[in-house]
Design a protein around this ligand. Structure first.
Ligand code: ISL
Ligand code: CA
Length: 574
């Protein structure tokens, strides 16, 4: 069995501060707003709260561009508000995680301003600078062909010094040079600053990208026709990652702090185990991306892919089994501020099916082995933005840069533009960033002013007030799910994982077991009735059902289970 640990038994609630609750009518969510909703958070039954970045920032990438690691973004509040928040959470027995973004800073950070101002600056080496390349005609080019994740080249030319700096994300997010020891010392110092202030741990942004191949080679052509190419093989889990994560890990250990690292672009469990293995002294767990990239097409996120359920099964099975057998640990998530709403993306958001689908997806993710992450609004079954919204309602630079690039490259391809718009409505990060719907009043009670981003049109029907304490609501169901994870923690936290039907294209079923006691989780991922035969050794009876999104268990004379649209239940078995 896996070793026991408090952080394995925890559920984390993720808050996107800008869209959670506005307390002063400026249309932007803030820390006092969060404090006013602590009872709501407690009612859900979570153990940890993670806040997306609240540091001082020009907000080019919604706070993932930090200008000062020890100051708070003014519209969010003051340092003393953070102290109050921590106190309010701790009083309720809830821990607090900060989002730490240290692969890059904002270009408005004092370090970068100084680095850019002069090649002799003591901060010049805090960032990654390279000479231009020139072709035979004498034209200037970036040092290599790497693309930025937010369109265009990953390099930006600096006229004054005749050098380029690296930015894997936006131009305004220069990458830090972790090879330079003072950078690491500065990161360690920032960690201690927050840990000493009472923070219980960190979610570490794109932490597997910090070590780059120092030869900075050109990336192979994976998307033909594109000027710039994905270079992740030269910096995702790069040469010195583990050395540096062990330094970070030793600080975390000193404070018994929680850590989850975000690690895109790796599907190799063995590589990930080096960061999360219990004997490694690095991180507790990481966010892998295989599951949430399942519908990304051949030319990236905004190209379509029809995904078979079998793919999702093999991804889940792979991570579940591997971490169990190798003493690692999983982070479980299907939604966050970078992913769209799963009722819309993986099930159905039709008004008559949304509630049922949201509960099915809750069972699907929550009873797997790992530490569970719930993203704000997921507990209400919030859905993607309506199809009818024009592009002007979108706010995220990823989508907007992509759209502008598309218009530039294919100004007359109306079909491609239409198709891409459909893809935004399905997968854009904006879908997860609409304000939380608190009640049926104007702007869903999120703000008394004008919200920074339009509230989803369905708020009169879908909102917290209509769900908290209401039997049968998505919120109440999630609360029961979290309760069950605690009540049956031997099974759901420490038990093994077994996929029950590898082939079936409609039903995702798995079983968790611990010393002879087990539970099956059965999920109909389709909007139609399905007949499903459980494996012979897995006896499922109505009396042993712990939780269901329908009532009763329908069987036919041959013992097949008749699952209704998106029906899902959790059932004890011996
Ligand atoms: O959301 C993505 C693009 O579709 C991902 O590639 C995302 O950029 C990647 O997961 C890294 O995300 C994190 O770092 C980014 C920030 O924009 C995201 O919000 C953050 O979660 C840069 O700091
Ligand atoms: Ca505000």
């Amino acid at each position: 069995h896996p070793q026991r640990a408090w952080w394995k038994e925890s559920t984390v609630y993720q808050i996107y501060p800008t869209s959670f609750k506005d307390s002063n009518g400026d249309g932007i969510g803030d820390i006092p707003g969060i404090i006013s909703k602590l009872d709501y958070i407690q009612a859900l039954g979570v153990d940890i709260v993670w806040l997306c970045p609240i540091y001082k920032s020009p907000q080019v990438d919604m706070g993932y561009d930090i200008a000062d690691y020890k100051a708070i973004h003014e519209p969010f509040g003051k340092l003393s508000d953070v102290d109050d928040l921590i106190a309010g959470l701790h009083a309720r027995g809830i821990k607090f995680l900060m989002d730490l973004v240290v692969n890059h800073t904002s270009d408005q950070h004092e370090w970068f301003k100084s680095a850019k101002a002069s090649k002799d600056s003591p901060y010049r080496n805090f960032y990654i600078w390279k000479k231009p390349r020139y072709d035979a005609q004498g034209n200037r080019h970036p040092p290599n062909n790497w693309s930025s994740y937010f369109s265009g080249s990953a390099w930006e030319y600096d006229e004054a010094s005749d050098e380029y700096y690296l930015h894997l994300f936006a131009t305004e997010q220069p990458d830090l040079n972790w090879e330079y020891p003072p950078v690491r010392a500065a990161v360690h110092e920032i960690m201690r600053f927050w840990l000493d202030r009472g923070v219980d741990g960190f979610r570490m942004d794109v932490i597997n990208l910090i070590s780059k191949d120092q030869n900075f080679p050109d990336a192979p052509i994976t998307i033909p026709g594109n000027k710039y190419q994905h270079g992740s093989m030269y910096y995702a889990c790069g040469p010195r990652l583990h050395e540096w994560l062990q330094e970070v890990g030793s600080i975390l250990k000193e404070y018994d702090a929680f850590s989850v690292g975000e690690m895109p672009f790796v599907g190799d469990c063995t590589e990930i185990l080096r960061s999360v293995g219990s004997d490694r002294g690095e991180l507790n767990m990481i966010f892998q991306f295989e599951m949430v990239d399942i519908d990304h097409g051949p030319s990236g996120k905004f190209s379509p892919r029809k995904w078979p359920l079998a793919d999702m099964k093999s991804i889940v099975n792979k991570w579940q089994t591997f971490m169990y057998e190798n003493d690692g640990w999983n982070a479980l998530y299907i939604e966050n501020h970078d992913q769209s709403r799963t009722v819309s993306r993986f099930a159905s958001d039709k008004p008559q099916l949304r509630t049922t689908a949201a509960k099915m997806l809750a069972h699907f993710i929550a009873f797997q082995a790992g530490t569970l992450f719930v993203y704000q609004g997921q507990e209400l079954g919030m859905k993607n933005v309506p199809e009818s919204w024009p592009i002007e309602e979108y706010r995220d630079l990823e989508t907007l840069n992509h759209w502008n690039e598309l218009l530039e490259l294919f100004p007359n391809d109306i079909e491609l533009q239409k198709l891409t718009r459909t893809q935004y409505q399905l997968k854009s990060r904006d879908n997860a960033r609409t304000p939380i719907q608190w009640n049926a009043s104007k702007h869903a009670g999120f703000t008394s002013g004008q919200p920074w981003m339009r509230v989803n049109d369905d708020y009169p029907q879908v909102n917290a007030e209509a769900q908290v304490g209401v039997k049968g609501s998505v919120f109440s169901h999630w609360a029961e799910v979290l309760q069950l994870r605690k009540e049956y923690k031997d099974i759901f936290i420490y038990g093994n994982f077994r996929l029950l039907t590898a082939e079936d294209e409609q039903v995702f079923a798995y079983s968790r077991a611990y010393e002879g006691r087990g539970a099956a989780v059965v999920c109909n991922f389709s909007d139609t009735d399905v007949k499903w035969t459980p494996p012979a050794e897995t006896k499922l009876v109505e009396e042993a059902i712990l939780l269901s999104n329908y009532t009763g268990l329908h069987k036919d004379s041959e013992g097949r289970i008749l699952l209704r649209p998106f029906e899902s239940f959790v059932c004890l078995h011996s």
